[in-house]
Design a protein around this ligand. Structure first.
Ligand SMILES: [Zn+2]
Length: 332
């Protein structure tokens, strides 16, 4: 596996749309997409982008102290919501049967259904007494109990389909992407809708998480320091995946936390997504564990060092974090 962020087989390294799959190509999943369309998933993603785009940028600017100059601010890293999705997502999509996707979207509904059946079962005798006009008989109590047990088993089976295992093999962004050669951000409403359903989080909250992540890529790459320097595009693309994704994840964690007054559930959506992610999407956890309450300042410094040096390597970045952490401790 190539470990650089922008290796050519990754769709974020593409200069064209060729590596994107259009949803219409998967006709057997058509009705499922129709259902998401009917539920207004695309509109929900667009709404969340509109509401959070500027706020996320403000937080990223203040956290990284890197800025897109005022003339660039409007035109840099424009965000669009797309119908397609990366080919890598197609494989994930196809590895789970459409029915399972559909049922996972409704897991909350199934759970509350089973709870209401259990409630009726528990109160069966009192209900019969209170509402004799129902003409329920004793055998029906058993029907409620066996329906409850059957539903519980179904829920267990659906939850057995572990997204962690599928996500563990994914080493590129599939819910959105930062096309670093073009400086553009795209969000894919179909993957966002499906994964939000599977994680039982709101589409809007997951959208904020994905947008924060992709814009964090844009800020770490194109944001200017006070001397006006950016991260050279070839160096950014050739840097280790673990560093680039780790930085994006760190700023996603920070930004969703800082925006909790505006989007109270975005941070828990970040945590729900993180729980099924692996590899490069978790490198930041070691950094934050080491640096604790000084994480923001230390990682900002390390980011600037890495950018100045050129291509960032995981091991070197870890050494930077360790060194900065120790220096800060000593100076205290
Ligand atoms: Zn990413």
């Amino acid at each position: 596996m190539n470990s650089s962020f922008g290796s050519p087989e990754k769709h974020c390294a593409s200069n064209a749309e060729g590596l994107l799959q259009n949803c219409d190509a998967l006709s057997e999943l058509g009705s499922h997409f129709e259902d998401m369309r009917a539920r207004g998933v695309r509109e929900a993603v667009e709404r969340a982008v509109k509401q959070s785009n500027q706020l996320i940028r403000e937080k990223l600017r203040s956290e990284t102290r890197l800025s897109l100059t005022s003339s660039e601010e409007r035109s840099t890293a424009p965000v669009t919501v797309e119908d397609g999705y990366p080919l890598r997502f197609k494989k994930l999509l196809e590895s789970i049967p459409p029915l399972v996707w559909t049922l996972r979207q409704s897991i909350g509904l199934l759970r509350s259904g089973s709870e209401s059946i259990a409630l009726v079962g528990r109160q069966f005798e009192q209900i019969v007494e209170q509402f004799p006009q129902l003409r329920w008989h004793d055998a029906q109590k058993h029907e409620f109990e066996s329906s409850f047990a059957a539903l519980l088993r179904l829920i267990e089976e659906i939850e057995q389909v572990k997204l962690q295992k599928l996500f563990a093999e994914i080493d590129e962004d599939i819910l959105g992407a930062y096309f670093f050669l073009r400086g553009e951000v795209k969000l894919y409403w179909i993957p966002i809708g499906l994964i939000a359903g599977a994680l039982n989080v709101a589409v809007e909250d997951l959208t904020v998480v994905v947008l924060a992540h992709e814009l964090a890529h844009a800020y770490t790459h194109l944001g200017r320091d006070i001397d006006g320097h950016q991260w050279a595009t070839n160096h950014f693309g050739d840097s280790d995946l673990g560093v680039i994704e780790g930085l994006a994840q760190f700023y996603t964690e920070t930004v969703t936390d800082r925006l909790s007054n505006r989007f109270p559930n975005a941070h828990s959506a970040y945590e729900a997504l993180l729980a099924i992610q692996a590899g490069p999407y978790k490198t930041h956890l070691e950094w934050t564990e080491q640096t604790g309450s000084r994480a923001s300042e230390i990682l900002r410094w390390c980011l600037l060092q890495a950018r100045a040096k050129g291509k960032a390597k995981c091991a070197e970045f870890e050494t930077l974090v360790k060194g900065a952490n120790e220096r800060l401790k000593r100076s205290k």
